[in-house]
Structures are given as structure tokens and as C-alpha cells.
Design a binder for this molecule. Structure first.
Ligand code: ZN
Length: 383
């Protein structure tokens, strides 16, 4: 007698999101995404399918049309893995209601995700690896609402205070893949640029600004349903301790350079948004932004300056965002780096799309761009 097919969908793991709606047949598996706490946002998915005995799979995300960035599903391909290491793009269609993902099968378990995941276990490995470096200080700034540590890595001894933070939006896992590349290069003692930058600057690095949302499988919010990148004007220990604690430390150190790393659901490009519309914007700040962007575009063919967000009108910047709040408060160069969920379509990769390896390489190039403009930024040159 043939065994009955018993397909299962699970997401009860670090970063998981997706629950089974119907699992009768491998060519009609239906899944729905669960909203973040706060009931406003959803788009991130990450689940495992088993019990299809290696048959090809057709998986439909039935509530894709309720996604926060529906245009993000247009021209998008999901990622799949059977070894949880390599994530390849698979055929995906969005019909305006459902997102249909096809996997060729061949393995008993298949993991599907919105982008290559980055678990809190991997975060712990990253932190542990970095603290082996003799010039790194690891500190927990405090606890999140779920009781996780908010990790800060500090290194370098120069007067320029450089803050680099990532993953305020937990579903933007590319931001922490970027962090892996950033920290690997910055802590490479054979890298002359990294060594010079560590002499010129003190780096304060928060590799994951939203540990709770990351572990819970959220797209955008923390455990209290707060969108952290709208909490910078009035953070609180009750609702947004992650921002409250980082801001408090920024007040103690000052900020000359701040890079806040994100991912964008819709635009198939890497780009940088600046603090264009902050009320106190100076010509120097505007000049630094132009110089940094041009330097990065010269260094990395994966970066470009044609496509991005429209700049805010003068004085109209939303100061609840990290980049704007920091630029207004400290007067330095503050920027938001956006990487695509889709691909960098100025330089596409048909197999992997935008991928963890490319995130890491871009991070290395962001370091080179900082090196390129360092003479302009140095605090000694303050008028
Ligand atoms: Zn974001």
C-alpha cells in the first residue's frame, strides 16, 4: 500500500513566518503570512515544506495582496534552499492576489524565504567571532522587550565618531549579511584601509537593532509593534528600548558619521538616501553626501545614483527616521543605505539575484568609500 502524502509547513523556528492553509498536494500548497505584532505590517516569509517526498512544489502565498509593499512582489523571485546555506532564486509570479512560488523538488525538505535569512543564532556567532579581535569591545546596551541583548561592538581609537547600525527592520536580512562583510573587513589586520580607518575613527556598531523582530519573523516592528525607524524623536524604554538605548549612547559619543543599513522591497537597486530635508542642513553636509555616493558608485558597479527615493523638500524631512534625526542633532554625515530584495537590476545575477555574498562585497566597498572621503570628514577640519 502506498504511503499517504502528508505535507507539512512549519515556521516555528528562529525568524520563521508562514502558516499552512492547505497542504493536500505538492502542486497546491497554500500558505499565509502572519502579520507583525501591531497588525500593520507583513511581507516577510520563511518556512519549511516537508512530506512531499521530493516532488516538485507549487506553493501559493494566499494573502500576498495584504503585503505592506505589494509592488515588491512584482518582478520578484523568492529564494529557496535545501541545505540552509545556499539560497537560489526560484520561479515566482504575483497575480495581484497570490504569490506563486515553484520549486523543482528533489529534496525531502525545502526552505522558502523572502530573502536569505539571518537568524539570531547567526547573529550570536557573528558577535562571538568579532569579540575574539583584541581591539573589539563587546557591550550589551541593555535588554529588549523579549529579554535579548542589544549588542554594541566598539573598535578603533580615532576622534571621528562613526556609527554603523543595521536591521532596524528585521525582515531586511540583507542588512545583517552586509554587516558580516563590514565587520570582516574592518577587523582584518592585513587590510590597510581598515587599519587606517581604525586609527582615524572610533566605530560604534550595532549589527542588529531589532533582535526581537528578527527572532519573531517580523517584517518591520519590534515586540511592541513599534516601527523603530519612526521612533527616533521620542523613543521610550516601554515601546522602543532599542532606539532609546542607542540614542542615549550617541548623545554620549557624538556622531560625525552614521550609516543605517536597510533593504527596500520595491526598488531593484542599491542606493543611498540622505538627510536632504533636515532643517539645519549645511552645504558641508550636502557635499559629504554627494561625495560619498559618488565615491561608492566609482568603487562598486553594484551601486548607483540614478534611482532612489525622491529627496525631501528643504526643512520637510521626517525627523522620526534615524538618518534625519542624527543629521539634525549632530550635524554630521548621516545616510540610509538601501539594498534590494529583488536584484541590482543595473547588474543582475540570474541565479542568486541580490544575495548575501553581494551584500558582504558591497559592505567592503562602503568601507572603501568612507576611506575615500575621510580627509573631508575628519573632525579636525571643523571650521
Ligand atoms: Zn528598512
Amino acid at each position: 500500500m502506498l504511503a499517504l502524502v502528508s505535507i507539512r509547513v512549519s515556521s516555528a523556528f528562529d525568524g520563521g513566518n508562514g502558516e499552512a492553509v492547505q497542504t493536500d498536494s505538492p502542486d497546491d500548497v497554500r500558505v499565509r503570512i502572519v502579520k507583525d505584532v501591531g497588525d500593520r505590517f507583513m511581507q516577510w516569509f520563511y518556512f519549511r515544506v516537508t512530506g512531499h517526498a521530493g516532488a516538485p512544489l507549487t506553493v501559493r502565498i494566499v494573502n500576498a495582496h495584504e503585503g505592506s509593499y505589494r509592488a515588491g512582489y512584482e518582478g520578484y523571485r523568492a529564494v529557496a534552499s535545501t541545505d540552509r546555506k545556499q539560497w537560489v532564486r526560484v520561479p515566482t509570479e504575483y497575480d495581484g492576489t497570490q504569490l506563486t512560488i515553484r520549486h523543482p523538488g528533489g529534496a525531502d525538505a525545502v526552505w522558502l524565504a523572502y530573502f536569505a535569512p539571518f537568524s539570531m543564532e547567526r547573529h550570536a556567532d557573528l558577535i562571538a567571532r568579532c569579540q575574539q579581535h583584541p581591539s573589539v569591545t563587546l557591550e550589551s546596551l541593555g535588554h529588549t522587550l523579549d529579554g535579548q541583548d542589544l549588542d554594541l561592538l566598539r573598535f578603533g581609537e580615532g576622534p571621528l565618531q562613526a556609527w554603523v547600525i543595521a536591521r532596524q527592520h528585521p525582515g531586511e536580512t540583507m542588512a545583517e549579511h552586509w554587516m558580516e562583510g563590514f565587520l570582516a573587513r574592518m577587523l582584518d589586520d592585513a587590510d590597510p584601509v581598515a587599519r587606517r580607518l581604525r586609527e582615524a575613527a572610533t566605530f560604534h556598531v550595532v549589527p542588529n537593532m531589532n533582535p526581537d523582530g528578527s527572532r519573531r519573523g517580523h517584517l518591520r516592528t519590534n515586540a511592541a509593534g513599534e516601527n523603530l525607524n519612526r521612533a527616533w524623536m521620542e523613543p521610550s524604554m516601554e515601546k522602543s528600548p532599542e532606539v532609546y538605548l542607542v540614542r542615549q549612547r550617541m548623545e554620549a559619543t557624538g556622531v560625525h558619521f552614521c550609516l543605517d543599513v536597510h533593504g527596500d522591497e520595491e526598488l531593484p537597486f542599491n542606493f543611498i538616501a540622505g538627510a536632504d530635508g533636515v532643517p539645519s542642513l549645511t552645504e558641508r553636509q550636502a557635499g559629504w553626501l554627494t561625495e560619498y555616493r559618488s565615491a561608492l558608485a566609482r568603487i562598486s558597479p553594484d551601486f548607483q545614483t540614478q534611482h532612489g527615493y525622491a529627496p525631501a523638500a528643504p526643512g520637510q524631512a521626517n525627523l522620526r527616521l534615524c538618518t534625519n534625526w542624527v543629521a539634525e542633532r549632530f550635524g554630521g554625515l548621516a545616510m540610509t543605505l538601501e539594498q534590494p530584495f529583488k536584484d541590482a537590476s543595473n547588474h543582475p545575477d540570474p541565479v542568486f539575484g541580490w544575495s548575501p555574498a553581494r551584500c558582504r562585497n558591497l559592505a567592503s566597498d562602503c568601507i572603501a568609500a568612507l576611506w575615500a572621503i575621510l580627509p573631508e570628514l575628519a573632525p579636525e577640519s571643523d571650521a
